[in-house]
Write a protein that binds this ligand. Structure first.
Ligand SMILES: Nc1nc2c(c(=O)[nH]1)N[C@H]1C(S)=C(S)[C@@H](COP(=O)(O)O)O[C@H]1N2
Ligand SMILES: [Mo]
Length: 363
């Protein structure tokens, strides 16, 4: 199959060339990490994965405004784009990763297929997000002591919405972002304004925010009751939800190699990235013998908590034919990528060690 350099996606604004993305269902494209030949720390906007449940809405920032309301604030108000630009600015460098990243491995490694897009490890990216702390906007409406949950809602046809507990909403690094990597937030990533909920699954970071409800009571939406919860044979249900809502991203890693990879005989420097919502990455180990013997990879600066770290290691392609590389990252909470992830209905948070297939070929 020849690569399509002009591919588009019916639900997205920007082109999605094969060189940059693996395409899944409409509106859902996975970054080819190996396609980033200059390997910057940040993923450029035109290579950043997109996960959208509905077409990108066309929104005019000049007429856009966001309603802040609910039983948890003293007064209701409308916030304009200019209002946001007038507030104090902050930037955070953070990973966004889809809860479904790695879903394909439930089927490939465990022979337990789940519905939904069959992402491998490219539904992840790191960007510098610029905007205002969500707390600054909520405080404009005066948050009441009894406030409990905050529900951002998207202006897309999916009306995507997912409540956050107040303490997470008020955290310094929960922001309403209007810029991404120094550019105006692209339409496919939430223009004019999206939420960035640091360290949590991507679904928490609502795009195209049109309203913020602050409530004195607990809030529910499809995204914390039936979707983006841990449900399945080994998981208990949780009150009105089918299972515990997913929050923190587990420690994970990805190689910057095609799947499967083809390498000529000889020594190669292989590379990848590791991330965790639970803190800085402290070690990345590599095995080329099926997971018996592990050697450390070299971590390359910067190593930023909440973002990711780049790593590399030498790989000797000595024998023609099939071989495999396994990566196992550890974070500062002590969590290590597991050998297995118990099956869950949504196919979420598959962060187990995977055997990356490499075919060694003659030049
Ligand atoms: N309004 C809205 N926000 C959304 C979504 C969506 O479909 N609609 N998808 C969510 C999911 S599941 C993920 S993983 C991230 C993806 O962000 P990105 O497309 O900028 O990479 O956005 C989240 N925010
Ligand atoms: Mo997601």
């Amino acid at each position: 199959m020849s690569a399509d350099a002009t591919a588009t996606d019916a639900n997205l604004n920007e082109p999605v060339p094969d060189e940059k993305f693996v395409r899944h269902s409409a509106g859902n494209v996975e970054t080819r990490l190996e396609g980033m030949r200059i390997r910057g720390f940040l993923v450029p906007n035109d290579r950043f994965y997109v996960r959208s449940h509905a077409p990108t809405p066309q929104i005019d920032a000049a007429s856009w405004s966001m309603r802040v309301f609910g039983t948890g604030v003293e007064r209701e108000l409308q916030v304009t784009y200019d209002d946001l630009l007038d507030l104090p600015v902050v930037s955070v460098v953070r990973a966004l990763a889809c809860a479904g990243n790695g879903r394909a491995y439930f089927d490939e490694d465990q022979h337990k297929p789940t519905g939904g897009d069959q992402w491998r490890n490219g539904a992840v990216g790191v960007a510098e997000w610029t905007g205002v702390p969500l707390s600054a906007v909520l405080e404009l409406a005066s948050v009441l002591p009894e406030a409990r949950d905050v529900m951002p809602e998207g202006l897309d046809e999916a009306r995507a919405r997912r409540p956050l507990p107040l303490d997470k909403a008020m955290a310094d690094d929960t922001i309403l972002a209007y810029a991404m990597n120094g550019e105006v937030l692209p339409p496919d990533h939430g223009y004019p304004v999206r939420l960035i909920v640091s360290d949590w699954i991507g679904a928490a970071s609502i795009k195209w925010v049109g309203s913020l409800e602050v409530a004195a009571e607990e809030l529910f939406s499809p995204w914390n009751t039936t979707d983006y919860v841990l449900s399945g044979p080994t998981y208990p249900s949780a009150g009105p939800a089918d299972g515990e809502p997913l929050t923190t991203l587990p420690v994970s890693s990805a190689l910057e190699l095609p799947w499967p990879a083809r390498l000529p005989l000889g020594r190669h420097l292989l590379r990848g990235r590791a991330w965790s919502g639970a803190g800085r990455i402290t070690a990345v180990d590599v095995s080329t013998d099926g997971g018996r013997f592990w050697t450390p990879a070299t971590l390359r600066d910067p190593n930023m908590p909440g973002a990711w770290v780049r790593f590399d290691f030498p790989f000797d392609a000595d024998d023609l034919g099939e071989s495999e590389v396994r990566i196992r990252a550890r974070d500062e909470s002590g969590a290590v990528q597991p050998q297995d992830v118990p099956f869950n209905d949504g196919g979420y948070l598959y962060n187990a060690v995977v055997a990356h297939p490499i075919e060694v070929v003659a030049d």
